[in-house]
Design a binder for this molecule. Structure first.
Ligand SMILES: [Zn+2]
Length: 243
C-alpha cells in the first residue's frame, strides 16, 4: 500500500495486489470524508478505514463507487452503515452480476467479501455544496461510470475512464465516451487520476480521447508494445461482439 498526499485535502492510496496499480482516493471535506472506491475486500480496507478515522475522527465517511466492477467495490461491506453512492446502473449491475464476478475472481478477495450495494444512487449529478465536491455521470469505460471533481483542489477522479496508455472499452457507446473525455478537458482540474493510473494531467485525457476517436472511425491502430497491442485487440473483440 502506497500513500500519497494530493493537493490540500486528498490522499491517494495505491495497491498492487493485482499486478497493476489500483487506487482509492480520499477527500477530507469539512462535512464528510469521501472515500472513492473500496478495492478488494474488508481485510485490506480496514487499515485505510483506521487511517481515515485517525485523521478525522468526527467526520462521517461517505463511500463513492466509480463503477460496479469487482476490483472497485468489494470493500463496501466494511461500510455497510454508511452512505454508499453510485450511479443507479452500478447498483443494478452489482445486483445482477456481482455474485458471478465474485465467484470468478474469488481468489483475489481480501477477507470475506459480502456484496454490499450502494444505497444512494444518482442518474445525472450530485453536488456536496459545502464541501465543493461534484459527482456526475460520465459514461465511458462502462455506462455506469461516474467521476468526482474536488473543486477546491482542482482534482478529478475519473475511475477507469482514464487508463494508461489506452482505456479498456467495456461499453459500446463510444460517442458518449468521447463526450465524457471532452468534458474532462474543459474542467478546471490540474490533476487527473484514474482507477489504475498515477497522478496525471490532461495529456492522458487527450491521449485516451485520441484513441477512442480512432477506434470509432475504424482506423487501424498500431500500438508500441505487444502488451498494449493485446489490450487493443481485446477492445476490438469486445466492440465486435454481437449485443
Ligand atoms: Zn478497474
Amino acid at each position: 500500500m502506497e500513500i500519497k498526499k494530493v493537493g490540500s485535502r486528498g490522499t491517494l492510496i495505491t495497491f498492487y495486489d493485482l499486478g497493476i496499480a489500483t487506487n482509492i482516493y480520499v477527500i477530507h471535506g469539512k462535512k464528510y470524508t469521501y472515500m472513492i472506491d473500496t478495492y478488494l475486500g474488508p481485510d485490506i480496507i480496514k487499515p485505510v478505514k483506521d487511517l481515515i478515522k485517525g485523521a478525522h475522527d468526527k467526520t462521517p465517511v461517505i463511500i463513492i463507487n466509480t463503477h460496479s466492477h469487482w476490483d472497485h467495490v468489494w470493500g463496501n461491506s466494511l461500510f455497510s452503515g454508511s452512505i454508499i453512492i453510485s450511479h443507479k446502473k452500478c447498483r443494478e449491475y452489482m445486483q445482477s452480476e456481482g455474485l458471478k464476478e465474485l465467484k470468478e475472481n474469488a481468489k483475489y478477495q481480501k477477507g470475506e467479501v459480502i456484496l454490499t450495494y450502494p444505497n444512494l444512487t444518482l442518474t445525472d449529478k450530485l453536488c456536496f455544496e459545502e464541501d465543493h465536491l461534484l459527482i456526475w455521470h460520465t459514461p465511458g469505460h462502462t455506462d455506469d461510470s461516474i467521476s468526482i471533481l474536488d473543486m477546491a483542489d482542482g482534482v478529478l477522479f475519473a475511475g477507469d475512464n482514464l487508463e494508461r496508455p489506452i482505456p479498456y472499452l467495456m461499453s459500446k457507446e463510444l460517442v458518449r465516451y468521447i463526450d465524457t473525455l471532452q468534458d474532462y478537458l474543459k474542467i478546471d482540474a490540474g490533476i487527473l487520476i484514474g482507477g489504475h493510473t498515477a497522478c496525471e494531467d490532461k495529456k492522458l485525457a487527450e491521449d485516451n480521447l485520441d484513441y477512442v476517436r480512432r477506434v470509432l472511425s475504424g482506423e487501424s491502430i498500431v500500438m508500441e508494445s505487444k502488451e498494449f497491442e493485446e489490450y487493443h485487440r481485446v477492445n476490438l473483440e469486445y466492440l465486435n461482439q454481437k449485443a
